[in-house]
Design a protein around this ligand. Structure first.
Ligand code: S3P
Length: 170
């Protein structure tokens, strides 16, 4: 199986779904934000604060090039803005986890670690700004995706099963 790339808005559940897909498939998984944090030895929040967003985006491009040339058979979860990198589909099958903004926001605030989840995301500091960002990105996410999975009201178990089934069919 070639790479699977999970894209979608902040808080939609890319990390949780990735962990469940690993459990069900035994695939190796990496996360682009984790790769960037280990390259830089500092948190995303700190990178944004100290270097700005453009610098962070340049790191995403660098990671994308490495994934294209050097990674196979891997489940790749990404930061919410990673979908913008050049030639995303050269990395593998692009799977969008999709839900309405309000569903995503609800999911975040209902989480026991809601405060931490919001704090670590520089682009989710104000709900109105986050909603604008969602509106600006929604159609672009769909355009980039080979497979769209509506996650609304589904358990991670169900989402992971649906994902693996749809990827295998391709
Ligand atoms: C971002 C999403 C974040 C992280 C960074 C920028 C975005 O990842 O990459 O804060 O532009 O949407 P998550 O989607 O895991 O929150």
């Amino acid at each position: 199986m070639k790479n699977i790339i999970l894209i979608g808005f902040m808080g939609v559940g890319k990390g949780s779904v990735a962990r469940e897909v690993v459990k069900q498939s035994g695939m190796i998984a990496v996360d682009t934000d984790d790769i960037i944090e280990s390259m830089e030895n500092r948190r995303i929040k700190k990178i944004f604060k100290e270097e700005g967003e453009a610098y962070f985006r340049s790191l995403e491009s660098k990671v994308a090039k490495w994934l294209q040339t050097s990674v196979t058979d891997t489940l790749i979860s990404t930061g919410g803005g990673f979908y913008k990198v050049d030639q995303l589909n050269k990395i593998g099958t692009v799977v969008l986890l999709h839900a309405k903004f309000n569903t995503i926001y609800q999911r975040i605030i209902e989480h026991p670690n809601a405060k931490r989840k919001l704090k670590k995301r520089p682009l989710f500091q104000e709900i109105d700004k986050a909603r604008d960002l969602y509106d600006a990105r929604e159609s672009a996410y769909i355009k980039q995706a080979d497979i769209v999975i509506d996650v609304t009201g589904k358990t991670v178990d169900k989402i992971a099963k649906e994902l693996l089934k749809k990827v295998k069919k391709r």
